[in-house]
Design a protein around this ligand. Structure first.
Ligand code: SME
Length: 163
């Protein structure tokens, strides 16, 4: 009998969701609920979307749909935090021990590790999916692949809707 891992199951559910939603924001709402509800080590799951700079404000990441504790970081400049670093470089960041990373902006004192995956539309970063865990080194290669898959589906839907 084939053994299906939790990650495989959740990935299939995300694919089903992506085929049934009417908008990228609906998919984002459903992804945060699914990942937070099903993945035991995903204690805070949220999207940040990039707001471009204006004459009065520099570019910043603005908190979108999320599940978990209320965060003080509703707006993160690109030169701050793990979130800012992931958006500025366009690279997935996996931080096994947030206390050892000087860039880390604390959301909850219980957070031990974090993953941030950028979302792209036409090769440009438009946002990111951020997940915090109360467990150290909670995100292995399978988690990274799952979270990157979720971020890519949101990017595809945004691109299709002309974002
Ligand atoms: N820890 C993030 C800030 C966002 S909260 O975790 C929700 C960072 O260092 O950028």
């Amino acid at each position: 009998m084939a053994v299906t891992s939790k990650v495989d199951e959740v990935r299939k559910e995300v694919d089903r969701l992506a085929g049934s939603v009417h908008s990228a924001s609906e998919l984002m709402e459903k992804i945060v609920r699914l990942l937070h509800g099903r993945m035991l080590k995903y204690n805070w799951v949220g999207f940040y979307m990039l707001e471009n700079s204006t004459s009065s404000q520099p570019a910043a990441l603005v908190l979108g749909p999320f599940q978990g504790a209320i965060t003080p970081h509703t707006r993160i400049p690109l030169n701050q935090g793990i979130c800012g670093a992931a958006a500025a470089t366009g690279k997935t960041l996996v931080i096994d021990d947030v206390s050892a990373d000087a860039r880390y902006l604390p959301c909850s004192s219980e957070t031990k590790s974090e993953i941030v995956v950028p979302i792209f539309v036409k090769n440009e970063v438009v946002g990111e999916l951020d997940i915090d865990s109360h467990f150290p080194a909670a995100f292995d290669d399978e988690d990274r692949e799952l979270v990157q898959h979720c971020a890519a589906l949101v990017g595809k839907l945004l691109e299709r809707s002309g974002a």
